[in-house]
Every structure is written in structure tokens, then in C-alpha cells.
Ligand binder design. Structure first.
Ligand code: TYD
Length: 408
């Protein structure tokens, strides 16, 4: 892909991260020799400013039956989605008679469960069959499907229009983004509201969070880009809000152009801010590239120094983000002995590319390693709270993002 997925203009690469495995490509030793890799590079479009991958492996090879991400693995994310469901009920559904709620990329049903349990008509669309099966077991009606214009038409025929359409950390995954936006246009009721959230480009810049760039995140959106995308298919951004999840995200509310409610001033305010932050200027991206290279070098140098001093090092949470972080820096099992992770699918396997063993949190017990690299830095509060004993026994956390830091 050398031209923009939104406006077809040529793309300019600003960060070449080299050959990279899939973010969630956890594997067994017999698979090492044939490990899939692809050229991971982030580019921006000088015309519409959309930040996107030059190449994304086929979606079917990422979101498959054993896709190992489960929303419910974080207690805080469960609370986050419970609150979001509450807000949607009040904001979008309060005056509706027997409304229909549809979630795109509904994963294990963590969010939709809040509607299912309250008796709302609902439907989840989830391409990863393993997660969909978990959702069904939790009482959430789920179809195994990718979202695009075609499936939107089919659902419209079988279920009718959606009063609330939701997508959390989903739109940034969709290569055929124009078809997905057209699908929203088609499926959303004339007075309906769509609510999405995705990692936010400005947070990535501000935090040098280059680990947001991996195979699944084909886009890292700014509001500037979203505004143009939705406008181009007869929709309108109604409201936007920065939220802290996934290391810094943007929540955006979308409706049909001209429908109620009126567009909030928050949209234009954030558009002005983004202009000031240089979303359309090549220099912004060049500076980011420099910061990424420095951050990656500094992280590896710190780990090598500690190792040379005799420290025992491990990783915490085998996130998909960490695949970029570890591979780009070249941090393998010679530095990080193991990564502790709560996901059954990942335990007993090895991390993509660098082949660090992934173990169950039951193995993260005394005697603890001296230093632990927190790869889920976005869940820092939840994890530090849970693992107080590690620090009590003298352990120290290494935070790679937003800036390299040892705690306490
Ligand atoms: P997340 O940052 O959502 O991952 P990603 O970068 O893949 O989007 O973190 C989810 C991963 O972190 C998942 O593999 C489970 C793991 N995890 C733990 O092991 N312990 C924890 O306490 C938390 C919150 C997550």
C-alpha cells in the first residue's frame, strides 16, 4: 500500500521499523524457523494527514480463531466499558423505544454484556471466533464477521437500523476504512449515534508511544482525519473527548450530517489544537522519528547496564504493543528472562520475533526478578496496585513509555 487508504494521495514514510512479526504472533519453538514477518513502516499522507501503515498483513491472518486479545483481561477496562455503556444509554438511547445496539469488534462481549443484562436488543460483530465464543457464553448475541459496507447492508435487512453503534479500538484496525465508514452511514438510524474510541495520534506524539505502531493498528487517528473521513460519506463528528485508555485515546461521537445534536464546540477546539501541533507538517513526523530512535536506544542501554551489574530482569504483560518495542530495540531472552501474562493463549508460548518465554502470573512470585519492564505501561495503576508485594520485596519497575523511568 503506497497510497492513502482514505484519499488515494501518495504516502511519505516517517518511521521504518524493519521486518516485524505480528503483534499477537505468539508462537512455539517448532514455528520459529517459519515465523511470519512483514515490513512495518508508518507513513503520513501529505494531503489528508492520515497516519497509517504502508503495509498490513491480511486481516484474516490477524483476527482469527485463536486471536489472543480479550478485553476482559483488565479489571479497569471492564469498569471503563461499564461506564461507557451507561453514558450511551443516557445520551443516545433514553428517548428510544426498544432500541437496537450494535457493537463492531465486540471481542469477548465485555461492553455489550452491559446492554444484554439490561434487556436491550443488541448484536455484536466479532471476526475472532475464540473471543466471539466467549461472548456468546456470557449471554451476548454475537456474529462472527468483519465490518464493512456489505455486512452493514445485510444487518440492516435482518435486524433493522442501529440506534447506537459502537466500536472500541476497532476502527483503527480496519484497512478498508472507507467501506467501514460507509457501513456506519448505512446502518445507523437517522437519529442514531455512533460512538467510537481509538488510540489518539496526539498522545502517541506526546508520549513517544511508538509501540502503538504494529500490524493491527493500520491507522493512528487524529480528529483532523476522522472529521474528513466522516464528512466524505455524509456523516458528522458530533463530539470528541480525550480519554486515558490504551495509553491515550480519543472517543468520538458520530451522527448523520445535520441530525441532532448539533456539533459540539469540542470538535473545532481540538481541530485547532491539532493544527497547532503540526499534524499536517512533515517536520512533526521527522521529530517523532528522532525521539523514537533515542527512546529505543536508551531502553536497551539501560537493560544492558542493569544486566551487566548482575540484575535479574523480566517483563510484565505480553502486550501486542511490546512486539514493536522489543523487536525494534533488539531486546530478547538474554536480557529479559521471561514475560508474565494473564492470557491462557499466550502462556507457554514465546514472544513474537524475540522469542522470550511467556509464563503465567503464578510464576511471578518471590524470589522476584530485580527489575521488571512494564510492557503494559497503559495499565500502570492497575498493575502496580495488584503487584504491591513485588515492590515491598525490593523489586523495581521499568517504565518504557511515556518516558524511560525506574519506579520506585
Ligand atoms: P493491553 O495494553 O490491552 O494490550 P495490547 O497492547 O495487546 O493492546 O494489555 C493486555 C495484555 O496485558 C494481555 O496480554 C494481558 C496482559 N495483562 C496482564 O498480564 N496483567 C494485567 O494485570 C493486565 C492489566 C494485563
Amino acid at each position: 500500500m503506497k497510497s492513502c487508504r482514505i484519499c488515494d494521495s501518495p504516502l511519505t514514510i516517517f518511521l521504518d521499523l524493519g521486518m516485524m512479526p505480528r503483534g499477537n504472533g505468539f508462537l512455539t519453538p517448532d514455528e520459529f524457523a517459519h515465523e511470519f514477518k512483514f515490513p512495518l513502516a508508518a507513513a503520513f499522507c501529505a494531503s489528508c494527514t492520515a497516519v497509517q501503515l504502508i503495509e498490513q498483513p491480511p486481516a484474516e491472518s490477524i483476527f482469527h480463531e485463536t486471536y489472543p486479545f480479550f478485553t476482559g483481561s483488565s479489571v479497569r477496562m471492564k469498569t471503563h466499558f461499564k461506564e461507557l455503556a451507561g453514558e450511551i444509554k443516557v445520551r443516545s438511547l433514553a428517548d428510544k423505544n426498544n432500541p437496537l445496539v450494535i457493537e463492531i469488534g465486540s471481542n469477548d462481549g465485555t461492553l455489550l454484556k452491559n446492554f444484554a443484562e439490561a434487556g436491550y436488543r443488541h448484536l455484536g460483530l466479532e471476526p475472532a471466533a475464540g473471543a466471539a465464543v466467549q461472548a456468546r457464553a456470557a449471554g451476548v448475541t454475537t456474529e462472527i464477521a468483519f465490518f464493512n459496507e456489505e455486512i452493514a447492508s445485510e444487518i440492516l435487512r435482518t435486524h433493522g437500523p442501529a440506534d447506537a453503534l459502537i466500536g472500541a479500538n476497532v476502527f483503527c484496525h480496519i484497512d478498508s476504512i472507507r467501506s467501514a465508514a460507509q457501513g456506519v452511514k448505512r446502518l445507523l438510524n437517522s437519529s442514531g449515534a455512533a460512538t467510537f474510541e481509538d488510540p489518539y495520534f496526539i498522545d502517541m506524539l506526546e508520549k513517544t508511544a511508538y509501540d502503538q505502531i504494529y500490524d493491527e493498528h493500520v491507522f493512528i487517528f487524529s480528529v483532523t482525519v476522522l472529521d474528513n473521513l466522516f464528512k466524505s460519506c455524509g456523516l458528522e463528528l458530533k463530539d470528541v473527548k480525550r480519554i486515558p485508555t490504551h495509553g491515550g485515546s480519543i472517543r468520538y461521537w458520530v451522527g448523520h450530517a445535520g441530525s441532532a445534536p448539533l456539533r459540539s464546540q469540542s470538535v473545532d477546539a481540538i481541530l485547532r489544537e491539532e493544527e497547532g501541533q503540526g499534524v499536517g507538517q512533515l517536520e512533526t513526523y521527522q521529530k517523532f522519528q528522532e525521539k523514537v530512535k533515542t527512546a529505543s536506544r536508551d531502553l536497551k542501554a539501560l537493560l544492558e547496564k542493569l544486566k551487566n551489574e548482575g540484575a535479574r530482569l523480566a517483563g510484565y504483560a505480553a502486550t501486542s504493543k511490546s512486539t514493536t518495542l522489543l523487536n525494534f530495540a533488539g531486546i530478547g531472552p538474554e536480557l529479559i528472562a521471561f514475560i508474565s501474562d494473564t492470557t491462557d493463549f499466550k502462556q507457554g508460548k514465546f514472544s513474537p520475533g524475540m522469542h522470550i518465554p511467556v509464563v503465567s502470573p503464578e510464576k511471578f512470585r518471590p524470589p522476584y526478578p530485580d527489575y521488571v519492564l512494564l510492557l503494559a505501561w497503559n495499565h500502570v495503576e492497575e498493575i502496580m496496585e495488584k503487584e504491591k508485594d513485588f515492590v515491598k520485596k525490593g523489586g523495581r519497575w521499568i517504565l518504557p513509555v511515556p518516558r524511560l523511568e525506574i519506579k520506585p
